[in-house]
Design a protein around this ligand. Sequence first.
Ligand SMILES: Nc1ncnc2c1ncn2[C@@H]1O[C@H](COP(=O)(O)OP(=O)(O)O)[C@@H](O)[C@H]1O
Ligand SMILES: N[C@@H](CCC(=O)OP(=O)(O)O)C(=O)O
Length: 276
Amino acid sequence: MNKRNLKAKRLVIKIGTSSLLYQNTNRLNLRAIERLAFVLSDLKNQGKEVVLVSSGAIGVGMGRLGLSVRPETIPEQQAVASVGQGELLGIYEREFQHYGKSVAQMLLTRDVLVYPQSKKNVSNAFQELLKMNVIPIVNENDAVSVDELDHKTKFGDNDQLSAIVANLIDADLLIMLSDIDGFYSNNPLADPNAEMYHTVTKIDANIIQAAGGRGTQFGTGGMITKLKAAKRILNNHQTMVLANGKNPRIIYNILAGEPVGTLFTPKEMSTKEGLA
Ligand SMILES: Nc1ncnc2c1ncn2[C@@H]1O[C@H](COP(=O)(O)OP(=O)(O)O)[C@@H](O)[C@H]1O
Ligand SMILES: N[C@@H](CCC(=O)OP(=O)(O)O)C(=O)O
């Protein structure tokens, strides 16, 4: 299969809860976080600009509070996420500091999409952080984002949030790390014969039909929200790779153009650059 030719100076990396917690114990996968911090810090040293969109607030909060079942009420979820977000950022801060890197916490609400001034302000903050060589770590502001009748403040899931951030900062590439090797013709958990797509250029009804729900109780979206994110990316003539975050070093393979994961790219780009 042909090598991919991806421009990747400004990157958004999204990591899902499924890659941050051990699935059997639901406790933090410290090794994965340590490896992620190593790779992203190394990319910074190569001169790349890196933004991390990290889920995990609810999962980490549940672990800290000793909850084995995701709480059902919204106030409980807000509270659990607030506990988890603090712990998560503390761990990132420690891990990145090990490689001499500074991080910033960016907790966003849907207002950045709705109000042009909010969008401008957030965009200014990202630009400034990138100029200062800081790695912004983004999550939805779960304590604040609650949809009310007249005020919708939730993105709903971090897959779409990561695509929105990629649009906002005009990223060259969105790398979405999950617990699965890529996008399959059917949910591989349910169908062992499902085949992985290497390149997707359009999100049509057939593609959407292949997507199923989330793999763990901590995440929100499953494949459906990843496809919604991919649609935003394609509409904006940008590129996204969905890959397995089990070992974050896969980011090196992606950036080297190796055909790992599923590449979502606008058609004109896939032919122009000779993609498989
Ligand atoms: N067509 C599909 N291809 C790949 N994975 C799928 C598909 N349909 C459903 N899934 C499920 O989506 C899960 C990944 O989504 P999710 O659990 O939300 O992960 P994350 O925490 O990384 O966002 C996979 O583990 C898989 O079970
Ligand atoms: N803001 C939530 C994100 C939930 C979410 O989208 O999770 P995931 O499907 O694992 O990316 C949290 O941090 O728990």
